[in-house]
Design a protein. Structure first.
Length: 491
């Protein structure tokens, strides 16, 4: 049975310590180095890297991110290596690629028979921080558990595929404050399992998800009367918002009004949306672009509130803040509805990281990959000795702090059909090219090559005309896949 609260009731419960009493006792652990930084990660779902006002790509309104960018290192070439929900999230948590961490598809009832979920035994960065004495909070979408029967009774579990699942405490990887759900796309009536809720007692809330989550993040940051965490300990807080994910119309009107007077075609400035032929992708873009941008503006607004809370509570200087997303959104580019493809709109994500006095604000086109985030963060926090040896990503901390260190020459791209880890698409993205090889059972191998400098909207596949480049990039791709024991090489 779930309880439905509106915003006022929720805030009064929070102020009265009702949610605080749901806190599991944070585990006391080893000694903490002096002035160990806090960490706040905010990552909305499906926000493409082009949807940042200051980048001058999408005509989107993001005043808080624009200001934050001036205080941050902006990695303009950051990607999601497997640009769909659960594979990104598992790479973020484990620092390992999908074949190593077992999350090769989205977690749902189709992939559940293949044990597609975050393993309880994996050592996530949050486990490391917990053992180092941090308090940890997770708010929002988790999407790393396989649903099991009887499915939790809720929307998102009533169609042909079940998606949503509760994450039991032993699978939370060190997060002692929990206010999360698996997958649930009703942005005006979101649901959450607080720390001590049982599988069948989630909370239902009458409030726009990102606003509600920002309210709670602000409470966590303020920590009035020590309700949420131990005031003398550093903390790490993740806020994983669902918008700008579908359904796009579930967005407060005040954010839509900020685009008043602009038509859909005013807002679609990417030539890879085929407006001239009014294709299915063009129709989709015209229908949803304004609401998608309005959602991005709403996320920006709520992110701004979290930043203000850090400042007002004197935590700005000692807190690393990372803003990114799990993948982008084509929204009709190349006639693709959403993500899970190699196009820039799907792969490229925002990546802004701020740590006043330690990270100089600038832009850098570093080819960072998702599994690099784990070791990079721990290294920045002075915990490089705690990075497990099976982490496959590499720390880019020295590039972030002093602009020195090894730079990768490419980023992996992958997609595997459910239950077929040796098949599907693999590719690499370099400073210039996107190269993808597609293998499907019983079909000829397909090769795709885009020159992203000459052709930034990826309108021309030049693979057949450039066998030399294809050969060179194939070599690099195969070397990388061999290093990760990807069975695709044998298929
Ligand atoms: Ca997602």
């Amino acid at each position: 049975m779930s309880i439905t609260w509106n915003r006022r009731e929720f805030l009064s419960a929070a102020a009265g310590g009702l949610l605080g009493t749901c806190l599991a006792e944070p585990r006391r652990a080893g000694a903490i180095p002096a002035r160990q930084p806090n960490l706040v990660i905010v990552f909305p779902d499906q926000m493409r890297g082009q949807a940042l006002g200051f980048m001058n790509e999408d005509p989107v309104i993001t005043p808080n991110l624009d200001r934050f960018a001036q205080e941050s290192l902006v990695l303009t070439s950051a990607v999601s290596n497997y640009p769909v929900c659960s594979p990104f999230r598992a790479m973020l948590m484990t620092g390992r690629y999908p074949h190593a961490n077992g999350v090769l598809s989205n977690c749902n009832s189709n992939s559940a028979p293949y044990d597609c979920e975050l393993r309880q035994t994996d050592r996530c960065w949050s486990d490391v921080l917990k053992d180092r004495g941090y308090n940890l909070g997770y708010i929002g979408k988790w999407h790393l558990d396989a649903p099991y029967k009887p499915y939790v009774d809720c929307e998102n579990n009533r169609g042909a595929t079940a998606w949503n699942e509760w994450c039991p405490p032993e699978r939370r990887h060190g997060f002692d404050f929990w206010y999360a759900y698996g997958t649930y796309d009703y942005h005006f009536t979101p649901m959450y399992w607080p720390t001590d809720a049982t599988r069948h007692s989630p909370l239902k809330i009458d409030q726009w998800g990102p606003e509600h989550e920002a309210d709670l993040a602000i409470e966590y940051i303020r920590n009035t009367n020590g309700q949420y965490r131990e005031a003398d300990r550093p903390f790490a807080l993740v806020v994983s918002m669902n918008p700008p994910h579908t359904p796009y119309h579930l967005v407060p009107q005040k954010y839509v009004d900020m685009y008043a007077g602009q038509t859909a075609t005013d807002l679609i400035n990417r030539p890879n949306v085929n407006l001239a032929d009014d294709t299915s992708g063009a129709k989709l873009a015209k229908k949803h672009i304004k609401n998608y941008f309005a959602m991005v503006t709403g996320v920006d607004d709520q992110f701004g509130r979290i930043l203000t809370a850090l400042q007002e509570n004197g935590l700005e200087k000692d807190t690393i803040v990372l803003f990114t997303s799990d993948h982008g959104n084509c929204l009709g580019c190349h006639d693709v509805p959403t993500k899970n493809v190699h196009y820039e709109e799907s792969m490229r994500v925002p990546f802004l990281i701020r740590w006043p006095e330690r990270i100089k604000p600038r832009h850098d086109d570093l080819l960072i990959s998702t599994p690099d985030i784990y070791p990079t963060l721990l290294d920045l926090m002075g915990l490089s000795d705690d990075i497990p040896s099976d982490v496959q990503g590499a720390s880019r901390a020295s590039i972030i702090t002093v602009n020195r260190g090894d730079r990768p020459t490419s980023q992996l791209y992958m997609w595997a059909p459910v239950g077929q880890p040796a098949w599907g698409r693999r590719g690499i993205r370099t400073a210039r090219y996107t190269f993808v090889v597609s293998k499907r059972q019983g079909k000829p191998v397909e090769r795709i090559l885009y020159d992203n400098l000459d052709d930034p909207y990826q309108l021309r596949n030049i693979a057949a005309r450039h066998p030399d480049i294809v050969r060179q990039l194939t070599e690099e791709l195969e070397q990388r896949l061999a290093a990760h024991d990807d069975p695709w090489l044998q298929s």
